[in-house]
Design a protein around this ligand. Structure first.
Ligand code: S3P
Length: 173
């Protein structure tokens, strides 16, 4: 199989980091996590960057970090942040470099997972269950036109190994 680069996109809680690891392992590629690259580059947590500089500035940092990785690396798997493909021309940037894979999960799956892991996510801070469901609904509506531009779309409501298998079957074809 020819080496390439793969970009994992999807909402918070869709399983991007786990799937990026599994795919990178199987294809023997380097794996990066965009949130981690941002935190390293700006020497600050994502939550701090939001608080200190606001979302607009964060989106610029996110885009710049993505651009840098694309300029400097080949043959990798990148786990993006939930909003990455939806700002500037980041979706085109990724599609021009490699294959974009969207982990599509239902609102209920996302809610269940995010209720367990919302602490480090500034956009979800302080939301109760009902507010979080409303937030997920609203954001998915906003973001759908970006997410749906992915080259490969997989059902991410299953366990990670099953999702990985369905990605591999698409990549092979
Ligand atoms: C965001 C998702 C987060 C992180 C930031 C904003 C979003 O990444 O980039 O908190 O806008 O959906 P994960 O999807 O990895 O949680």
């Amino acid at each position: 199989m020819a080496a390439n680069s793969y970009f994992i996109i999807g909402f918070m809680g869709s399983g991007k980091s786990t799937l990026a690891q599994l795919i990178a392992q199987k294809l023997n590629l380097a794996v990066f996590d965009l949130d981690q690259l941002i935190e390293k580059k700006y020497n600050s947590s994502i939550a701090n960057l939001f608080t200190q500089f606001g979302e607009n500035a964060f989106r610029q940092m996110e885009h710049d970090t993505l651009q840098e990785l694309i300029n400097n690396q080949n043959n990798f798997v990148l786990s993006t942040g939930g909003g990455t493909p939806c700002f500037f021309s980041s979706i085109e940037l990724m599609k021009n470099k490699g294959k974009v894979i969207y982990l599509k999960a239902s609102n209920q799956t996302l809610l269940n997972r995010l209720l367990l892991a919302s602490d480090s996510r500034p956009l979800l801070a302080g939301l109760n269950e009902e507010e979080m469901l409303h937030f997920i609904d609203m954001k998915l509506n906003e973001r759908n036109s970006f997410y749906s531009q992915a080259d490969i779309i997989v059902d991410a409501n299953k366990g990670p190994n099953e999702v990985a298998e369905s990605i591999f079957s698409h990549i092979k074809n």
